[in-house]
Design a binder for this molecule. Sequence first.
Ligand SMILES: C[S@@+](CC[C@H](N)C(=O)[O-])C[C@H]1O[C@@H](n2cnc3c(N)ncnc32)[C@H](O)[C@@H]1O
Length: 287
Amino acid sequence: MSNQTIWEARRWASSFLTERDREANVADLLLMHHLECSRAQLLANGRDGIDPELFAQFEKDIRTHAEEGVPVQHLIGQEEFYGRDFIVNGHVLIPRPETEELIVAVTDQLKKKGWSDQTLNMVDIGTGSGIIAITLALELQRVSMKAVDLSPEALKVARENATSLGAEISFYEGSFLEPIVETGEKMDVIVSNPPYIPESDRSSLSDVVVNHDPELALFADDNGLAAYRAIVSQVPKVKAEETLLAFEIGHNQGEDVSAIIHETFPYANLNVIQDINQKDRIILAWL
Ligand SMILES: C[S@@+](CC[C@H](N)C(=O)[O-])C[C@H]1O[C@@H](n2cnc3c(N)ncnc32)[C@H](O)[C@@H]1O
């Protein structure tokens, strides 16, 4: 195909995607990327022709997404999170909208506590692309932010994002809280969206997720609870006098993660927050 109009390209791509059980809106996302325009411009300029070279790149991306399940975010190289664009690739989890609720929950909680205008020691465990650490650092401003990941490749992406978005973060390579224990510092806030999918759920995940998000970001042993157990067991070594522990959790993990926290911190003041679909999504625990 060549010398297509924008409208023809949208029509071809939407039906190509739909016939292969992919979401049709990927067509617009990829066109906006290749033509460097907004969706409004796509709609308004539907009769404009597309440069054949650009169309060829667009067509290749549509086929790659439809046939191999490569996520559109990997093809574009970025994803929006909390109003900012983050670089993403196959070494990091693609930011999910659910995680934006963790940002809201933590910032609200700190405001309620009257902690939002004092300098806080904060750590994001399993930072991936850095979305949580960077967003909280930029939203709260007065934080001394650390971020940990086991994956050096993920940390490279997180560092690039911190630099391009102007956030000051200290990054550490290591397992969960271990590098923070080594610093000897105490944390006022510990945030994490750790891997929490049970291995038994693998077959129900889409190929876009299971073949393209990193294994290390998705799956956890012990029915998806292993990372929570590991993190909570390390918390006593880095806990300040009072510490907020905030986890993103799987949709049915509220009770189990609450029990894990209560085993180590019997007096924790704990709150399970549900998402817009009324599924468990976040646990906030004052320790
Ligand atoms: C669910 S992803 C979350 C990424 C990012 N925070 C987000 O919300 O998009 C979990 C992250 O934990 C990291 N991870 C897995 N096991 C880890 C460990 N033992 N220590 C530190 N990070 C780990 C993975 O590399 C991955 O980046």
